[in-house]
Structure formats: C-alpha cells, structure tokens
Design a protein around this ligand. Structure first.
Ligand code: PMP
Length: 409
C-alpha cells in the first residue's frame, strides 16, 4: 500500500524474528493480543531503569518523574480517543475491568427491576457477564440484540427492542470472533434517542484505527492496551464527564480518597476517584510509547494493508475444499473465522503451530455467538499491520496441508 512500508514496520517488532518449530514465526493471533515494538519494550525498561517510584504522593524527584510520566500517558490516551479532557480517562487493567467498573458503579446504582440492558449477540463474555451479575442483583434483564447470518448486528431487530425499559446498550466496536465492524455511531444515536446510555467495547478497534469518542456519540468507551501494541495489565475507560462525576467509586483504597475517617470518607476527584491502589505505572508508560509509535505510522494506509491481506486470504482460502468462512460481515477488521469440514478447530490450530503459524481456535470468549451458529468454535486468523503477503501464503499452505490430511477428498 502506498504510504505503508510493512518491511520497515516488521523490523520494529523483535518477536517477529522468532523461529517456531523450525519455521519463522507467522503471527496471526493479533485479536488475542498484539506484539510490542522495540520502542514500547525500551520505554518500559527505561522507566524501571531511571524513573521508578510510586506516583502522586512522594516529595522526591523520582516520584515526581514517575507521576509526570503516568499523567502524561493519561493525556496521550485522551488525545488518542479525542477526549475533551484527561479527567475522563480512568486507568483500568483492560477492557474487562472497565466494563465491570461501569456495570458495578453505574449499573448497580441506576438499574432497577424491570430495566433492560441490551448487548449484541456478538459480544465477548466480558461485555455480557458483568451485566448479568449486576442485573441479577437488581432484578434487571440482559437482552441480546440478534445478529444476521453474516454476523452483523440486525439493526431492525435492535430498533424493535428499543423501548423505555432499555437503560443501556453495550456493543463492541469490532467483533473479536468475526471481525464485524459495527455501526456504533448509528447504534449510539438510536439508543440516545430513546434515552438509553451506550457503552462501546473498543478492544478490537484500537489496534486498527484511532478512535474519536466524540464523533461516535457514546457514553462510555473501553479498550485494552495489549491490543494496541502496549503491555498487558493496562487499559482505559473513557466516560462522559457528568456521568463519571455522578457515579460512586468502584474499588476502595488508597489514592481514590480525599479524607478518610471512621466517621466517614470522602472521595478524590476524577479520574482518581476510580483508581484505588498503586496503578500499573510502567504499563501506562508502555501504552503512551505505543501511541507515540503509532503517531509515526500512517494508520489509514496500515488498515488498507490489513484489508488487502484479508481479501487475499479469503480469495485463496475459499478455494480449499471443505473450508467455510463463518460470518461474512461487509465491513471486517482483519479477522478470518472459519472451519474446515471433518477437522476439529484445535487440530487445525495444532497442525498450523507445527508449521510455525499462530492462530486462535475455540469459542473466542463468545459462547452465545458460537451457539447461535451451532458451532463449538472456529479457527481464527487475525491480522495486524505487521503481517505480510508471506504470512498469507504460509497460512494458505498450512491450511491446504490440514485439508489434505483431514479434509474431504
Ligand atoms: N472485548 C473484546 C471484543 C475482546 O476482543 C476482548 C479481548 N479478547 C475483550 C473484550 C477483553 O479484553 P481484556 O481481556 O483485555 O480485558
């Protein structure tokens, strides 16, 4: 793709030089987690080499440095999401914790018997189970939004479900199981028109493009750093400021308080109200380094490169007898989910691994979706910007081998 030099990007990711089972690694499990560029690895190491201290409380120089890095990282995430302010960026361990924060803090205090939370049939367990846990306690109901045979959210069915009982709609921006890019701006607008809040699970979106929470029109947005070329254990919740202001703390402890006494405790201001305990400072530093790294990459060209890889993969793979793509969303973000007749997904995965090719197999934490398609699971190849044509060729060759060993003649 013009504007995008895949060889140059690959050189930034040291793990891509690993040899697995005698073959150069082909890493196609990017939806599970992305690899980290040297710049991120170095930023974390340098933080521990030169700046490590606890944040927000020390009078000493290192504590100042650590705090500055940590708060600069928050600013960086605010910029990445186009948030009006960094007070609206709450550090979490990732998407899962961010959704739980909203479910417990907002949901437990605002949902009541008879209320409904709509989640799509495409959701990851982390955007289903927290709502179920809270709904069960308050007597609310979690209702799935149907999907089409192509694994797209059925917007007519969504419209039909939208009534005054619906208090929140939670959908993913991109489906981790099928790659579907959901029309979240439209979903948020429709939900808002009915007076419902919206939460967008952006775990699978941030790895492909920069997000603008203001133009999406959502109330909450969540993502995990590790799907954005940053370390595990760090992520963020973005929320509309007046909502976050109105919500009680989620976890209690140090950092999130203003004053503590046995007569009663008062809480810190945003964003600290939601950040109990010593945070993942090095993780935030790594996430900021990942955002910096990406600012030097033409992400539109990178996404076009990923699309081209997916298209090439689909063309070649669909020639393989007995191979069936699951879900065929019109707009897909670098994910190819499929089954091979006569062959268990985990056997395909193991055979590919023997050839140095990493894919994911199983239910992808989307058991309701798998049940909907009457499948125990799929094989999933997921692309990132550092994948190349050679990766596609190796995957196709690997699948042909699997087909010849297990597939129909
Ligand atoms: N939602 C989606 C769409 C995901 O792909 C994932 C990660 N597979 C999650 C949520 C959960 O993210 P994490 O495990 O990083 O909290």
């Amino acid at each position: 793709e013009p504007g995008f030099d895949v060889a140059k990007v690959r050189a930034d990711f040291p793990i891509l030089r690993e040899v697995i089972n005698g073959q150069p690694l082909v890493y196609l499990d990017n939806a599970a987690t992305t690899q980290k560029p040297e710049a991120v690895i170095e930023a974390i190491a340098n933080y521990y080499r030169h700046d490590n201290a606890n944040v927000h409380r020390g009078v000493h120089t290192l504590s100042d440095r650590a705090t500055r890095h940590f708060e600069d990282a928050r600013e960086k995430v605010a910029g990445f999401l186009n948030s009006p302010s960094s007070r609206q960026i709450i550090w979490t361990r990732g998407t899962t914790e961010a959704i739980n924060l909203v479910a417990y803090s907002w949901g437990m205090n605002n949902l009541k018997a008879g209320d409904r939370v709509l989640v799509s049939w495409l959701e990851h367990h982390s955007d289903i189970v927290p709502w179920q846990l809270v709904a069960e306690r308050v007597g609310a109901e979690v209702v799935p939004i149907p999907v089409t045979a192509d694994a797209e959210i059925d917007l007519d069915a969504f419209e039909a479900l939208l009534d005054e009982r619906v208090k929140l709609v939670a959908v993913n921006h991109v489906s981790n199981a099928m790659g579907t890019i959901n029309p979240v701006a439209e979903i948020c607008a429709r939900a808002k028109a009915m007076g419902a809040l919206t939460l967008v699970d952006g775990a699978q979106a941030v790895g492909h493009w920069d997000v603008d929470v203001q133009s999406l029109g959502c109330d909450f947005y969540c993502f995990s750093g590790h799907k954005l070329f940053a370390p595990t254990g760090i992520g963020a919740l973005w929320g509309r400021e007046e909502l976050l202001e109105s919500m009680p703390p989620f976890l209690g402890g140090g950092e999130m308080i203003e004053t503590v006494s046995f007569a009663g405790t008062t809480f810190n201001t945003l964003p600290f109200k939601f950040e109990a305990g010593t945070p993942n400072i090095a993780g935030a530093v790594g996430l900021a380094a990942a955002i910096d790294y990406l600012s030097n990459i033409d992400r539109v060209a990178a996404a076009a490169h990923e699309d081209a890889l997916l298209t090439a993969t689909l063309e070649a793979a669909l020639e393989i007898p007995g191979l069936r793509r699951i879900g065929a969303p019109k707009h897909s973000a670098g994910i190819f989910s499929f089954i091979l007749d006569g062959c268990h997904p985990s056997d395909v995965g193991m055979l590919l691994d023997e050839q140095g090719i990493a894919v994911r197999t199983g239910h992808h934490c989307t058991q309701p979706l798998m049940a909907h398609f009457e499948l125990p699971g799929t094989v999933r190849a997921s692309f990132s910007m550092y994948n190349n044509r050679d990766d596609v060729d190796r995957l196709i060759a690997g699948l042909k081998k699997a087909q010849s060993l297990f597939g129909p003649r």
